[in-house]
Design a protein around this ligand. Structure first.
Ligand SMILES: NC(=O)C1=CN([C@@H]2O[C@H](COP(=O)(O)OP(=O)(O)OC[C@H]3O[C@@H](n4cnc5c(N)ncnc54)[C@H](O)[C@@H]3O)[C@@H](O)[C@H]2O)[C@@H](O)CC1
Ligand SMILES: [K+]
Length: 504
């Protein structure tokens, strides 16, 4: 469920399966399932014509099978086929002959006409080796200017199925409304550009048995990965049962960031929440009087889960407090300035690597770039790999934020988060996420489950707010904690009934 496979893994499975099947079987199955999806998208009403773009390789072969099937079903189909330089594969040649023999109309260039009821994108799939140029590029740009639904076959043409990056430099890719992807789901459809280019993703296994695919080390982040950690509360519990969180941050002029993190911890059920300010912070927060304010330099963090970084700054005090947190035995969430301080200090890096207690790092791409000493472009070019590298280097759990947030474990396992929306690209939402991670760990959750659940619930809460009209434009971080509370309580209520362990 939710498994994601690299292009290399898909190719291997395809070869193994193809060896047991009559030639062309997989392409024919791809053509059949995609044509059925196309017909569903067209709906009942007599629709204007469908445009099928078929590229030079086997992705084009899939498209030609779709064209033939649609024509056979009585759909008015126009095909633009980009012939390949050498000979096409036997199955693509066969699909071409089939489409030519059908009622589908072939033209050499993209017809100016329309309106199209649907465009089927079969220009390039997982075999795209370089940026799209020339005629194919012009077609992609023209398709992206249309208003109609676009069904991409296997992967939107121009997108890297492993990374979700548009193959560049200066590349283009089809912006699909739907993608039917073959044999197995692919990470690049769900992170970085993936969510914007692929639209809704449907997986067609093409009859390939599960055991032909390798055990996946990357999954979509779905509740079944972490929902065993939700436990209903016993009546006989008290605030000490649910852990202490200390948020370290709030240098002068940045007092709001740790308060947002602390509020997220409070609203997600942490027992006691402290804000430990680097500079003299507020005595209390009028809006949230449950929060307790302390001076970070003098606060005793023993027994607390620490969330370090929100608005922490880079003062000598910040470095001293961070070093103390890294050396301690408390579970730790490292965000924002804490990550920047660590990136700049080999000493802090070795303290982080040497920790025995759990650490969750929550970098955005630029913070991740600083940690690895590369550019944000390099991080985004392969987000999965970058998150795994940071996890391995620091023996920590890593949450690489962005569209399709990556959660990477120190053992190499990883997940890509499907919840959330552009409303989260606003100030303070990262503070909320860090506070939520810390809160779950304070309540006894293992770091792995805490990271997965926090990212999922944070996105889900934002999606609910958007459904209520509170975004994505103008969604504020301060609205998230209450929405997270609603998601969390629903998750607990929906968990199969399981008694909580009495706590001391
Ligand atoms: N691997 C699988 O599991 C299956 C693959 N099938 C389809 O086959 C696809 C893979 O086919 P291919 O390996 O032939 O690869 P593609 O069809 O994705 O693309 C390769 C073709 O495009 C050309 N090309 C690559 N980059 C180009 C560029 N920038 N500009 C112009 N031409 C370029 C290549 O010379 C080659 O002709 C999959 O994405 C899928 O759609 C299906 O038929 C079913 C099974
Ligand atoms: K495609």
């Amino acid at each position: 469920m939710g498994a994601l496979f690299s292009v290399a893994e898909i190719r291997q499975a395809e070869q193994a399966a193809a060896a047991q099947l009559a030639p062309g079987t997989l392409m024919q199955r791809a053509g059949q399932v995609a044509a059925r999806i196309a017909i569903d998208l067209l709906g009942e009403t007599p629709a204007p014509p469908v445009l099928v773009l078929a590229g030079p390789g086997n992705n084009g072969g899939d498209a030609l099978e779709v064209a033939a099937n649609l024509a056979q079903a009585g759909v008015d189909v126009t095909v633009v086929h980009l012939a390949c330089v050498g000979d096409p594969s036997a199955e693509t040649a066969h699909a071409l002959a089939k489409a030519r023999a059908s009622t589908a109309e072939f033209t050499d260039a993209l017809p100016a006409g329309g309106p199209w009821a649907l465009v089927v994108d079969g220009l390039f799939g997982i075999g795209l080796a370089r940026p799209v140029q020339g005629e194919a590029r012009a077609m992609i740009e023209a398709v992206n200017a249309l208003d109609c639904p676009v069904l991409a076959l296997d992967v939107p043409s121009g997108l890297d199925a492993d990374s979700g990056a548009v193959i560049g430099p200066d590349g283009v890719a089809v912006r699909a409304t739907h993608t039917v992807t073959f044999i197995g789901n692919k990470p690049g459809l769900h992170t970085f550009g993936g969510r914007d280019y692929a639209g809704e993703v449907l997986v067609a296994r093409l009859g390939i048995a599960e055991d032909m695919l390798p055990g996946a080390s990357v999954h979509l982040n779905e509740p079944h990965l972490f929902d065993l950690a939700f436990v209903a509360r016993l009546h006989d519990s008290h605030k000490g049962s649910f852990g202490d969180v200390a948020v370290v941050g709030g240098a002068r002029g940045m007092a709001g960031a740790p308060i947002l993190a602390a509020k997220a911890a409070l609203f997600s059920g942490a027992g006691r929440v402290y804000v430990a300010s680097i500079d003299h912070g507020p005595a209390y927060d009028n809006a949230q009087p449950e929060l307790m304010f302390r001076d970070a330099a003098n606060h005793n963090f023993d027994g607390s889960t620490i969330v370090a970084g929100p608005g922490m700054g880079d003062s000598a005090t910040a470095i001293r407090v961070l070093a103390r947190a890294l050396d301690g035995d408390s579970p730790l969430v490292l965000d924002a300035d804490a990550l920047n301080l660590i990136a700049a200090s080999p000493d802090l890096q070795s303290r982080l690597s040497a920790r025995h207690a759990s650490s969750i790092l929550t970098p955005h791409p630029l913070e991740a770039a600083r940690l690895l000493g590369v550019t944000a472009g390099v991080i985004q070019g392969d987000r999965l790999e970058a998150a795994r590298e940071i996890a391995a280097r620091f023996d920590a759990y890593v949450v690489l934020k962005g569209s399709g947030t990556i959660i990477a474990m120190p053992d190499g396992e990883a997940a890509i988060n499907p919840t959330g929306n552009p409303g989260l690209a606003s100030a303070g939402t990262g503070d909320v996420l860090a506070g939520l991670c810390g809160s779950l760990m304070a309540q006894g959750w293992p770091a792995r489950d805490a990271a997965l659940a926090a990212v999922w619930m944070h996105g889900e809460a934002a999606d609910r707010l958007v459904a209520q009209g509170a975004g994505p434009i103008g969604l504020t971080a301060g609205e998230l904690p209450e929405a997270i509370r609603a998601v969390l309580n629903r998750m607990v209520a929906e968990r199969p009934k399981r008694a909580g362990q009495p706590q001391s």
